[in-house]
Design a protein around this ligand. Structure first.
Ligand SMILES: Cc1cc2nc3c(=O)[nH]c(=O)nc-3n(C[C@H](O)[C@H](O)[C@H](O)COP(=O)(O)OP(=O)(O)OC[C@H]3O[C@@H](n4cnc5c(N)ncnc54)[C@H](O)[C@@H]3O)c2cc1C
Length: 383
């Protein structure tokens, strides 16, 4: 039956990791979070702090120079960074999203070449699936890759690419056989410095303003054939398999943002006085906080269970990945909105962090598949 004392709780290593990341985030990321949002600029301070502590891509296996953190540890890192700054949490999250196709399906040479610089903090990795006319219907993409001897030539436009322009490496899904729809899509590693790669203007967004979101233009980008990830025609399957794992990191981002908002609101209601006493004394306020904490904990437990399934690659991972992302992001939207409510008029201003957290939370219901798409995925993979 195993050791009763270890039944259903995090290991000491996971608890210690949380403490470390929380301390780092509070000291080096929180102080810049408001400015990063206000100025819509990349959180360079966060990147430097994460790289200095080897936390920018903890998922990279030890055999490729990484920390070899398990899926739960990766979730904890993202959660704690997101508690301080949603934009900054996309550094570890998208480094995993961009590189996981290589880890799951890439050749030994690709892994060696691209994972080591990521683990050293010398390069970031982005993931290019979406296009202007292919969002939820990602298999309807138009970006083409055509074979030319020992090379592939890529042409097309990828849209909404997180950390585009900052990342050195890009996993790009492109059509290699238009007859076969999803089975005619292949994945490639494209480098920022490849001739013919360029970027659109940063999108002007509601939230996660510190995380650059840009179009990626591929104009006759000629890359060696060995940059293909896995076999020809397997790119879409790899892209979807990747999302099974990384939707859990979006759930982590969502619960981190929500925890940041709850923590702030919890402190505020004890200080703010109306009717001669702290508003925390009103049962109506207490009930709101209780509901927020209850929902958030349920989301966290589902996310951690999903992370364990990701680590073990359980057969019900697809359901759990979608469920964790969908549930945690809906909870994050509710909790952050309630946090704004608990601060009253002050919550509605940029003088307090909770409106930023509410704006940042919204994206978690949209990317890596909207929550409608998650429900489609869950319905097709009911446990
Ligand atoms: C800030 C940001 C960062 C992003 N980062 C990345 C990235 O790094 N890499 C990447 O590849 N993509 C990225 N995306 C793209 C994101 O994954 C897509 O925006 C998302 O998948 C939705 O696609 P769409 O925007 O085209 O919406 P659409 O697919 O046009 O959806 C519009 C609405 O229709 C609904 N809908 C669509 N189809 C159905 C259906 N069958 N049933 C029910 N409802 C449906 C959707 O749920 C949504 O509410 C990012 C997006 C944003 C905004």
């Amino acid at each position: 039956m195993g050791n009763d004392f270890d039944l259903y709780r995090l290991s000491e290593e996971h608890d210690m990791l949380r403490e470390t990341v929380r301390a780092l985030a509070e000291a080096k990321i929180t102080p810049f979070a408001a400015a990063v949002d206000e100025e819509a600029r990349f959180p360079q301070e966060a990147l430097e702090a994460l790289v200095a502590a080897d936390l920018q891509a903890v998922h990279v296996p030890e055999s490729y120079g990484g920390a070899g953190a398990d899926a739960l540890a990766t979730v904890i890192v993202i959660e704690e960074v997101a508690r301080a700054c949603g934009s900054s949490s996309l550094i570890p999250a998208v480094n995993k999203l961009g590189s996981l196709p290589v880890i799951l399906s890439g050749s030994e040479e690709l892994k060696k070449k691209y994972l080591a610089p990521l683990a050293r903090g010398e390069a970031m990795f982005s993931y290019c699936l979406s296009e202007p006319d292919a969002g939820s219907d990602a298999a309807g993409m138009k970006t083409r890759a055509v074979r030319d001897g020992d090379f592939w030539v890529l042409n097309g436009v990828k849209r909404w690419i997180t950390n585009a322009g900052v990342s050195e490496y890009y996993t790009v899904m492109a059509v290699t056989d238009p007859e076969k729809r999803s089975k005619g899509i292949s994945a490639f590693v494209v480098e920022k410095s490849d001739e013919g790669v360029s970027f659109g203007a940063p999108e002007k967004k509601l939230g996660i303003k510190g995380s650059p979101t840009r179009e990626v233009y591929l104009d006759n980008v000629r890359i060696p054939a060995d940059r293909m990830i896995g076999a020809e025609g397997t790119g879409f399957a790899t892209a979807m398999k990747t999302l099974d794992h990384t939707r859990i990191t979006i759930a982590a981002q969502a619960i981190g943002i929500a925890q940041g908002a709850l923590d702030y609101a919890k402190g505020y209601v004890q200080e703010r006085k109306q009717f001669g006493k702290p508003i925390a004394d009103f049962q109506g306020v207490q009930f709101m906080l209780a509901d927020m904490a209850m929902k958030l904990e349920a989301a966290r437990q589902l996310t951690y269970a999903a992370a364990a399934k990701s680590e073990r690659v359980d057969s019900d991972l697809t359901f759990f990945g979608a469920a964790a992302k969908c549930f945690a992001s809906d909870v994050a939207m509710e909790v952050t909105t309630d946090a704004v409510q608990l601060l009253g008029g002050y919550g509605y201003t940029r003088d307090y962090p909770v409106e930023r957290m509410m704006r940042d939370a919204k994206i978690t219901q949209i990317y890596e598949g909207t929550n409608q798409v998650q429900r489609i995925v869950m319905a097709r993979n009911l446990p």
